[in-house]
Design a protein around this ligand. Structure first.
Ligand SMILES: Cc1ncc(COP(=O)(O)O)c(C=O)c1O
Length: 372
């Protein structure tokens, strides 16, 4: 690990530290969490099962068999329970994957804007990261000519994240296959961050998990995003390569050792009802997306392509604006008391900020997305 990278605070943390407390959050990337009572009503969740877990021992390192089977059943076709390693959130899944897969000097390619840890974690593992920007004027389409120039036989890993944070862009199955073909052609690994898989705004747009399609693909997912359950820190890695999985387990042994049995129990109860939970969240996301679209004509300084999936979109500042995303977000915090994360938090210089469509309570604040 490059220890010097630890001296640089992630952009999101640095931005947050510069702001006053008590702002109204318009940045969340996960749907509003359901209460235990709502879950009981929706899927017959049984909180009464939880206390007896306290007398149990550590969970198995890779996650219990029951949990990994529930994940495999809910998410994958050919990928099996034995191919899954559970982690403390997707963040640990990323760390474990990068440390197990990458060596100093390895070349990694990533699409931007991007959830910052996807690049930072690769750099911490010693890799050199090249970025290719999605095309903002083409509804955040992949820039295929640019990507094909950058991915070559020296590339160790291509990182993708669809449904995409922060833009809300989603790709088609044909485009996913094209990405896989590019990896096959250069024999490189694919890390597919699938934490928003399940939150497609239109049914029928769900992509297959990359791990089911390519033997060098690693799929990562988590309970906090598509399920809207950040309070349980439960993510996972699906990887069909036994040697790499063994290395991942070794990394995990050095950090969290194993997951929490309480979290495991909650996830085991939730996972068989994944579609019910996704449908519930989809209703709210679609509602907020339409409300945002209705507000945009009153916000002519913003250009915002409606998100196709996930809980966020990226609002660009019109070119007439001389403000950077960072200055706009700072002014928004000071003048309107609203918190959004600017472009700098997503490894991009496209001026703008990430805007949430997650929560019923935030929509009423969209008309305030302006500064003097
Ligand atoms: C694309 C992406 N991957 C991974 C994560 C990490 O998920 P968690 O915070 O649940 O570990 C996030 C969190 O925002 C994310 O947006």
């Amino acid at each position: 690990m490059a220890k010097t990278d630890l001296n640089t605070e992630p952009a999101m943390a640095a931005f947050l530290r510069s702001l006053p407390a008590g702002l109204i959050s318009l940045h969340s990337s996960h749907p509003a969490p359901l209460t235990a009572a709502q879950l009981t009503e929706l899927i017959d969740f049984k909180p009464a099962q939880l206390p007896h877990i306290l007398s149990q021992d550590y969970a198995p390192m890779a996650g219990s068999e029951e949990l990994r089977q529930a994940i495999a059943d809910a998410h994958y076709t050919s990928t099996q329970a034995d191919h899954i390693l559970t982690t403390c959130g997707a963040q640990e899944a990323l760390f474990v994957t990068m440390q197990a897969l990458l060596n100093k000097g390895d070349q990694v390619v990533c699409l931007t804007p991007v959830f910052e840890p996807l690049t930072l974690q690769a750099k911490m593992a010693g890799a050199q990261v090249s970025t290719v920007s999605l095309l903002p004027d083409q509804q955040w389409a992949i820039d295929w000519p640019a990507l094909k120039k950058v991915v070559n036989k020296k590339t160790r890993l291509l990182i993708i994240n669809f449904p995409h944070n922060p833009t809300g862009k989603h790709i088609t199955e044909q485009e996913l296959n094209r990405l896989l073909e590019l990896c096959r052609q250069h024999d490189c690994w694919l890390l597919s961050d699938e934490v928003f898989r399940g939150l497609e705004h239109q049914s029928g747009r769900r992509l297959p998990a990359a791990v089911d399609l390519y033997d060098k693909a690693i799929s990562i997912a988590v309970m906090s995003k598509a399920y809207g359950m950040p309070a349980i820190r439960l993510g996972w890695i699906a990887c069909r390569h036994p040697h790499l999985r063994q290395r991942m387990l070794t990394v995990k042994r050095h950090i969290s050792i194993c997951g929490s049995r309480l979290d495991e129990n909650v996830a085991i109860q939730i996972l068989p009802h994944s579609e019910t939970i996704f449908n519930h969240h989809r209703g709210q996301l679609n509602h907020n997306r339409s409300f945002l679209a209705d507000c945009l004509p009153q916000l002519p300084h913003l250009r915002c392509h409606p998100p196709e999936a996930g809980a966020t979109c990226f609002a660009r500042l019109n070119t007439q604006q001389t403000l950077t995303g960072q200055v706009f977000a700072e002014q928004l915090a000071q003048q309107q008391g609203l918190l959004v994360y600017p472009d700098t938090c997503f490894v991009t210089d496209i001026p703008g900020f990430r805007l949430s469509i997650a929560d019923a309570a935030i929509a009423e604040h969209y008309p305030l997305l302006k500064t003097d």
